[in-house]
Design a protein around this ligand. Sequence first.
Ligand SMILES: [Zn+2]
Length: 398
Amino acid sequence: MELNTHKLLAARLWAVRRYPYLTAALFASPIVASPGLKGATVDESWRLYVDPEFVDRTSIEILGGLLVHHAGHLVRDHAGRARSMGVERTMSKDWALAADAEINDDLIGTGLRLPDDRIVPHELGWKPGRLAEEYYHAPHVDTESEPDCGSGSDGRVRDWELPDAREGSGLPPGERHLLRSQTASAVLDYSKGGAGRLSAGWRRWAEDMLDPKIDWRRVLAAEIRKGLSTVSGRVDYTYRRPSRRASASPDIVMPALERPVPEVLVLCDTSGSMGDEELATVLAEVDGLLKGVGLARNRVRVMAVDAAVQTVQNVTSARQINLVGGGGTDMGAGLAAAAKLRPRPSVIVILTDGMTPWPREAPKGMQVVVGLIGNRVQGGRTWPAPQWARVVPIDAAA
Ligand SMILES: [Zn+2]
């Protein structure tokens, strides 16, 4: 069957009329006919793959909605974000649900009709208005839906996708970035004009896109989650949900494997060079972040370290933390002590001004995220950050 390009172009016009701020993005996607695909997907080079038979049996309105949905994956860079979250194949369904929830939430808010099997956050028991990164680790209602929107939504290349953009038809990375920026300014213009409905999610995305300042809270949260997903990804994730066979035969209790809850340790630099107020602020943030990623509260241990380990406390909130110390600095001492703790921490968040020596190598079996406060300049010298850790600069005033 030949691809009905007229119908597809009509669907694109339908989409452009309702979402004028997506015009550039919608027109940027080259169309590739993919018989047998049974739907439509996008790749990371912004190509749109469609099954001619699917186009034939689907209304212009639904096709238009799908084009808007896929443009959402592309302009929001879900592929790049999945990569920085460390999404692997075993977890890709969870990312697909999270990414679709992020997009569709905003689209339904603007009155768009989507296919019946679309994902929306409230139907999965999620609060609306969140980012995919937040949904990704949040527990959800079991669902049969397994959206597959292509590598454009998770960065993993599919069998039916063409080789990369250099083959001619896709967009090179520079152009994708340009289109994202253009789309973001179109979104903001649209919201200023007050001409139509624009969801808060789109506006927030556009503001983030155009604002060059890095939100350390978000970056730190993403790094912590990345560490957590590396740890929890070690178990076959598909066993986490209750077995469907169990619900079909209530007499038999099926074992349901749980993902291990990662042990998180917050290691606080309490040497003389650290400001109390800065530390308190940052601790409160980390406290919020850990709760946000759904960890059991009593799992969070806090260790105060200057040149030696001062205290290790199990805390349920940042207010209980007793930051003692005030001497010289050696975070290596803290890491060595952390490796001896039982249960052994799997993710360590180090909050420090960075004016410390570091061990040459990463501690074994522990994911380390370093939140660096201040500029690390002391006596005209800048202390190096460890190469083996994920490092996030923290601006305590932000
Ligand atoms: Zn999707």
